[in-house]
Design a binder for this molecule. Sequence first.
Ligand code: J2J
Length: 539
Amino acid sequence: MIEFSPWPRDLAQRYRQAGYWIDQPLTHILDAQMAAGPEAEALVCGSRRLSYADLDRQSRNLAAYLAEQGLGHGDTALVQLPNVAEFFAVFFALLRIGVVPVNALFSHRRLELAAYAQQIAPRVVIASRAHELFRDDAFAVELRAGGVEHVLLLGEDDPALSLARRLEQPGELPSGAGPTPADQVAFFQLSGGSTGTPKLIPRTHNDYDYSIRASVEICGVTSATRFLCALPAAHNFTLSSPGTLGVFHAGGTVVMAPSPEPLGCFPLIAAERVTMAPLVPPAVALWLRAVEEDPSRRAQLDSLESMLVGGASFAEATARRVPERLGCRLQQVFGMAEGLVNYTRPNEPAEVIFTTQGRPISPDDEVRILDEDGRPVPDGTPGALATRGPYTFRGYYRSPEHNAKAFDSEGFYHSGDVVVRVDGNLRVVGRIKDQINRGGEKIAAEEIENLLLRHPDITHAALVATPDAHLGEKSCAFLVLRDGLEKLSPPALRRHLLELGVAEYKLPDRFRFLPELPLTAVGKIDKRRLRDSLAAATA
Ligand code: J2J
């Protein structure tokens, strides 16, 4: 079994009694559709259409193959696939035999994959030839040298490495194979992070399944739902709020898109009669602009009933334009891969839907909003969010030191968000974690600072967020260079980071050079002053 920090016994009992935890593995989502309507359309991916029976068959074939290779409980997998149907066949296949995957983002590069591999020591890696790292065999060879036994690739002709072959070649699951128990880890979710190495979030079947079932109710997902999967499929928002898994749970259809870019998505929405789409705020802005530029495009969105927007701050003025210009209902979502998810409810007054990020899924989500001394603040006053509940994790994987800081003595997870509660709904107003939220993509300042410091000419580095009209935030790196140097060229700095293998979205948008970094009274880098200096410079 994969270790994780369990919920205390009394809370676990409560979550079961309340009917949140129903002790079913996530694979039940697929099993239920096989019983209810195996021929229903589960997935549309380019010109391919997969029924639930197709998805089930592919996941069983791959599961059988991996089980034959001796993989099962206690083993892990590193998966990196783009937005394609195979993502789901692989996910269910691994869960079917109790192999615990990390689903890396397709934008992740060597550094992120290596960090995940180092933490979980995967026996199998499943990836795509379309990714630069797997275009040739060098990285796969490296992975094997590091202990990975099996590499399967999408877009590969060699039968020994071909993922397609393993999905299609019929196989029977051995009798002993099965998912991990429902109260154990099903898979790892990725943390947006605020520390040097990306952290992993163990999610159990029970907790994740509850968040999905409850989200399906709240968002009104049914078998008639046709859901656009245009944000990264592995992201917690896309997967579970209510996400593709919520759609499968309800027997609906997921329509895959490579990106949320409007000129690709609009014709797809029209052709596939998409009814629901999750988006991050910058993508909403692009959709609005596309319709405003050419009002005839709005007709392509005729079938769209609701849009879920979350992942980063969403300006009220933009929120108000969604129903007006795009002709669909808006639902705001404030969630986190660690657990807690808040939604505005469809029947709430416009004021709530446009000006808040909603309220928690569960009556048993405990939310505390705390001042700097850890005391609860009154409603209407901003404070730091702390939470525990039936689908909020209790500890990052193998990170005792970080967990000691991220959790309090009562097991509340401190998310690093600053929120205000207004009539029971939350509004996200700021952040205390050292992270940049670049249009929903999270960048841990410390990770990038450490990489910058590996440059021989850099002696100090601080990464801060700067406001950006399109992305909400961009990043700026403040650098102190070794004596005698005043500047380094931004392209050379970006090249340095890319050579270290970091994902491109984490590259600083801007660089500033200072003779020294300002410090606070306690000797920490004064990031507020750095942010203020940027604001003053652009004012
Ligand atoms: C402001 N900040 C937000 C919002 C998330 C649903 C939706 C989003 C995520 C997600 C998710 C925000 N307004 N509406 O997992 O299931 C910021 C907060 C939060 C962090 C979590 C889901 N919605 N955020 O974005 O793990 O800072 O999950 O703590 O990627 O995103 O990031 P992540």
